[in-house]
Write a protein that binds this ligand. Structure first.
Ligand SMILES: Nc1ncnc2c1ncn2[C@@H]1O[C@H](COP(=O)(O)OP(=O)(O)OP(=O)(O)O)[C@@H](O)[C@H]1O
Ligand SMILES: Cc1cn([C@H]2C[C@H](O)[C@@H](COP(=O)(O)O)O2)c(=O)[nH]c1=O
Length: 198
C-alpha cells in the first residue's frame, strides 16, 4: 500500500512522518521515503528551489525526473515486495505547487491539469493520501519562509489546487486539521493509515 503525506509547507508532514517511522503499529519492513529525494535528481531539484530565477517549466521537469527515478528505484520495488510505503510528498505536490507556479505563464489553459497529464501514463497513484490542512498564513509562519515557495500568497494558490485535487478524488484523500495539537494530528494520521490497511 502506498501512503502519501501532502500539504502546504509547514503543515507538519515531516513531523508526522518521522514519528510514524518508530510506530510499532506499522510493519517493521515499511519503506519511509520522500520527495524531493536525496538522489542527484533531488539535488538538482534543490538547486532549482534555491534559485529565485529558475524557469518554472524547467523546474516542473526536474521535479518530474526526480519522481520517475523515485518510482523506479524505491517505490515500485517496495510495493512489488508487498511492503507499506509512506512518502513525505509525492505527485500531488507537483500538481498543486507547479500547477500554481505555471499559472503565471500563458502557455497553459489549466496548468494543474497539464501537470497531471504529464504524469498520468506512467506514475503510480497513492492508495491513501493524508492531506494536512492548514491555512496559508500558519503554513508560511511555521515554515519560516526559507524558500521562494513559502509565502502566504503563493501558498494560498497551492492550497486552492490541493482543494481541487481532494474534490476530484475524495476516496483517496483523508483530510486532517493540521492546526490541531501535534499529538492530535499524529493520532488522526495514524488512524487513517491503520483503518485503510484493514
Ligand atoms: N500540529 C502542529 N502544531 C504546531 N506546530 C507544528 C505542528 N506540526 C508541526 N509543527 C511545527 O511546524 C514546523 C514545520 O513542521 P514540519 O517540518 O513537520 O512541516 P512540513 O510540512 O514537513 O514542512 P515542509 O514542507 O516545509 O518541509 C516545525 O517547527 C514543527 O515543529
Ligand atoms: C515534491 C515537490 C516539492 N515542492 C516544493 C515544496 C517545498 O517548498 C519544497 C521542498 O519540499 P520540502 O517538503 O520542504 O522538503 O519543494 C514542489 O514545488 N513540487 C514538488 O513536486
Amino acid at each position: 500500500m502506498l501512503v502519501t503525506l501532502e500539504g502546504l509547507d509547514g503543515s507538519g508532514k515531516t513531523t508526522v512522518w518521522e514519528r510514524l517511522r518508530t510506530d510499532d503499529a506499522l510493519p517493521g519492513d515499511a519503506t519511509f521515503t520522500r520527495e524531493p529525494t536525496d538522489s542527484w535528481y533531488g539535488e538538482a531539484v534543490q538547486r532549482s528551489i534555491d534559485d529565485d530565477e529558475a524557469d518554472s517549466l524547467a523546474e516542473l521537469f526536474l521535479y518530474t525526473a526526480d519522481h520517475a527515478a523515485h518510482l523506479a528505484d524505491t517505490v515500485r520495488p517496495a510495493l512489488d515486495d508487498g511492503r507499506l510505503v509512506v512518502s513525505d510528498r509525492y505527485s500531488d505536490s507537483r500538481y498543486a505547487y507547479q500547477g500554481a507556479t505555471l499559472a503565471a505563464s500563458d502557455h497553459f489553459e489549466d496548468p494543474l491539469d497539464y501537470v497531471r497529464e504529464v504524469h498520468a501514463p506512467w506514475t503510480r497513484p497513492p492508495d491513501l493520501t493524508v492531506y494536512l490542512d492548514v491555512d496559508p498564513e500558519t503554513a508560511a509562519r511555521r515554515s519560516g519562509a526559507t524558500n521562494k515557495f513559502e509565502t502566504a500568497e503563493y501558498l494560498a494558490e497551492v492550497g486552492e489546487n490541493y482543494e481541487r485535487l481532494v474534490a476530484a478524488d475524495p476516496e483517496r484523500f483523508v483530510r486532517v486539521d493540521a492546526t490541531a495539537a501535534p499529538d492530535t494530528v499524529y493520532d488522526r494520521v495514524r488512524s487513517a493509515i491503520l483503518d485503510r490497511r484493514d
